[in-house]
Design a protein around this ligand. Structure first.
Ligand SMILES: *Cc1c(COP(=O)(O)O)cnc(C)c1O
Length: 412
């Protein structure tokens, strides 16, 4: 029975040292910026202003940059811009070409290679957009794209067509039309702010927006999708938290993929959000050589709980153009899910989903736990592979007489 074993390292149990480095909380440190005053380093505006955005800068800060990465960085500004906050850059291990942090934010030349089944709008959002900046796919909720900018850019971004404005898509977020649409549609009870990253807006602008949405009586529930807690934890100021607190019920979905992203800085920022009463969920993307390994995934989701975050969704990587080098298989994803459920805290286990190509929305993907569903019983498999039966009449009512026989548990 596999338990703590890694998929990527051929089933060898990880060394204590490796597990410890995944589970412990460490600071990102200042690295190249060690002479920068703490007041600047901890100021989110300073972090944004000093982002690494040019291939030459990247090469200067990381002499181990490979030719594939340098070429990728050169071409990035025609597709999805290159930007990395100094804080997040310091999490990269420059000596490890396959560093899981590095793969997420440093472009590679493979990004320019597009397979015929890859798309610029893999989730078909544009076809469900009644007004620019709004996606209305599900009956009672909308996705509201409030900005086209992020603190840093994930190389597998599903919205790279409109984020960072590098690909000439010409998206100019504005609030009036989406808000008017929401106000005119009483079935919309849930508004999800995303983009781009809504927490890049100033406190004032974000508060205005939340206030306008809260003024609509049928909007019950607000959420913000943001990667700022992991890219730029300095942004999560006490003032921001005090402002957000006024707009409850407000949830936040953060985005983290690897335990090394959960630093002491991030843990403290998430603590401030949680203390403001904001329930926190995490959305991860299953990424090759980043988190397609059960040891890494388990350490990550357990560490998220330590940060007061419930792992919400694990996404199969969308078929976004130029992402093949980052995509892990559905088979691998299901294998990881099989090794999480039952083996660790239920709260830690995310729902694995595929956002159906072309606009079908999120489809839950689960290992099979129902082996058969007959006239008088449901046959189940537990996490250990033992078989159990749940007696039930064909019409779904409890049985009036015992089923023919209940077999003793057996292994499959
Ligand atoms: C993911 C998503 C939502 C929110 O879905 P939940 O399952 O409620 O978290 C809403 N609208 C769109 C277009 C989405 O992609």
């Amino acid at each position: 029975m596999k338990d703590d074993n890694s998929l990527a390292n051929g089933g060898e149990p990880p060394s204590d040292h490796r597990l410890q480095s995944l589970k412990g909380f460490h600071s990102a440190g200042r690295g190249f910026w060690r002479d920068v005053p703490a007041a600047d380093w901890n100021d989110w505006h300073w972090q944004l202003k000093h982002r690494i955005t040019m291939p030459e800068q990247l090469q200067r800060f990381m002499p181990t940059l490979t030719p594939e990465e340098f070429a990728g960085a050169k071409l990035a500004n025609h597709k999805l811009a290159l930007a990395i906050t100094p804080y997040f850059f310091n999490l990269i291990d420059p000596l490890d070409e396959h560093c899981p942090i590095r793969r997420q934010v440093i472009p590679r030349i493979e990004e320019t290679r597009t397979a015929s089944w890859e798309m610029s709008d893999p989730c078909g959002e544009d076809s469900h957009s009644p007004v620019p900046g709004l996606v209305h796919r599900y009956p009672d909720r909308v996705l509201f794209l409030v900005t086209d900018r992020c603190a840093a850019y994930c190389r597998y971004c599903t919205r790279s067509r409109l984020v960072s404005n590098a690909s000439g898509y010409d998206f100019h977020p504005e609030f009036d039309k989406p808000i008017a649409y929401i106000a005119q549609h009483p079935e919309i009870r849930d508004v999800l702010l995303s983009g781009g990253d809504p927490l890049l807006l100033s406190d004032e602008k974000l508060e205005q927006l939340l206030g306008r949405l809260r003024a609509i009586p049928h909007v019950e529930f607000l959420r913000i999708g943001s990667r700022i807690p992991t890219f730029l934890p300095q942004r999560i100021t006490p003032e921001l938290c005090a402002m957000l607190k006024k707009y409850h019920p407000l949830f936040m979905s953060i985005h983290s993929n690897h335990p090394r992203e959960l630093t002491t800085e991030v843990r403290d920022a998430l603590g401030r959000l949680a203390d403001a009463g904001i329930p926190l969920g995490n959305q991860s993307v299953l990424l090759k050589h980043v988190n397609d390994d059960v040891t890494v995934m388990k350490a990550h989701i357990q560490k998220l709980l330590m940060c007061r975050v419930k792992p919400y969704y694990l996404y199969q990587c969308d078929l976004i153009s130029g992402s093949a080098h980052l995509r892990a298989s559905v088979r691998q994803g299901l294998e990881i899910m099989t090794q999480l459920r039952g083996y660790t805290t239920g709260y830690a286990v995310p729902q694995y989903v595929i956002d159906a190509p072309g606009g079908g929305g999120k489809v839950p993907i689960n290992p099979d736990y129902i082996l058969s569903h007959n006239a008088d019983r449901v046959v189940l498999r537990n996490y250990e592979g033992k078989i159990f039966e749940y007696p039930e009449a064909p019409d779904g009512t409890p049985l009036s007489s015992p089923p023919k026989e209940i077999e003793a548990p057996q292994m499959i």
